[in-house]
Design a protein around this ligand. Structure first.
Ligand SMILES: [Zn+2]
Ligand SMILES: [Zn+2]
Length: 289
């Protein structure tokens, strides 16, 4: 048996933190997913969930240096706002590479550093004592035996989706994405773009995917860059994904509604004769592959 890949959810909520008794089942922290794969520590997004991940990593390391690869989908607040509270970044000896795409008019590094501009935060990023390197992704990467590929998703601004492959297993992290055909009707362009996204997700063992909206939400929020869960289920099935994780939960969706969305997604799969596993991401949950 090859070494297991572990996926742990530290933040599952989209747009803004939504703490409180009505959301504690699925969690209120914004996106942060830890993937342990092939001896590498991979961190997807630095939403508020990264604070607890930091505490966990520091405890686990008990004084030994921590090294990790952080992959930011895009610099909307909910995906970066936890970074100033990521304690391992303050500790000398630790090393993190922070990846994303070049921004619309500025470099990724410049935008990311702006998060800790004195107008917004008392400590500058340059005062964090760990070694922080910025990587603007321009093509496939490899860390150890882990292959990293990216593609652009359909979201206002620039947003990357990530695919991690290791030892014939794969995890895809595709959040903040609106299916093209739902947004544009089935034009040639939309069909082609959806096909490219489907190929990117092809046969993934785990697809963690934006499923923020119900049909009712979507009527008002079309074009905002998020998918209806029914479209996410269809994408997972077409791509032959083994396990689909509904992600980036709407801040207004309380636990009862998310349970309903999870059950309805499973019904959709069953009705279509599919075998794909499907679950809505819960903060604290660990998946093994
Ligand atoms: Zn988001
Ligand atoms: Zn966004």
């Amino acid at each position: 048996m090859s070494d297991p890949i572990k996926v742990r959810f530290w933040g599952t909520r989209g747009s803004i933190p939504a703490p409180g008794p009505k959301t504690q089942g699925f969690g209120g922290n914004t996106p942060c997913v830890e993937i342990s794969m092939g001896g590498q520590l991979l961190i997807c997004d630095a939403g508020t969930g990264i604070r607890e991940l930091g505490t966990h990593l520091a405890k686990q390391a008990s004084g030994r240096p921590v090294q990790g690869e952080i992959f930011i989908t895009h610099t909307h607040w909910d995906h970066i706002q936890g970074f100033p509270f990521f304690m391992p970044a303050y500790m000398p000896g630790n090393k993190f590479r922070i990846h994303s795409a070049h921004g619309v008019a500025r470099s990724f590094e410049k935008i990311f550093r702006g998060l800790m501009d004195p107008a917004y935060f008392p400590v500058a990023l340059g005062d964090m004592a760990s070694k922080l390197d910025f990587v603007e992704i321009t093509g496939p990467l490899a860390y150890g035996d882990v292959k990293v590929q990216t593609t652009f998703s359909n979201h206002p601004g620039v947003n990357l989706a990530y695919r991690f492959d290791y030892d014939h297993r794969s995890v895809v992290y595709l959040t903040d994405h609106e299916t093209y055909q739902t947004m544009h009707q089935p034009t040639d362009f939309a069909v082609k773009q959806d096909r490219l996204i489907m190929e990117f997700c092809k046969d993934a063992d785990v697809l963690i995917c934006d499923a923020q909206y119900t049909d009712e939400d979507y009527r008002i929020k079309k074009g905002w860059g998020h998918s209806r869960y029914r479209d996410t289920v269809a994408l997972g099935m077409t791509a032959g994904v083994k396990r689909l994780v509904l992600f980036h939960h709407d801040p207004w969706h309380e636990d009862a509604l998310l349970e309903k969305i999870e059950a309805e997604s499973r019904d959709l799969i069953k009705q279509a004769g599919g075998k794909m596993e499907c679950l809505a991401a819960r903060e604290g949950q660990i998946l093994e592959i």
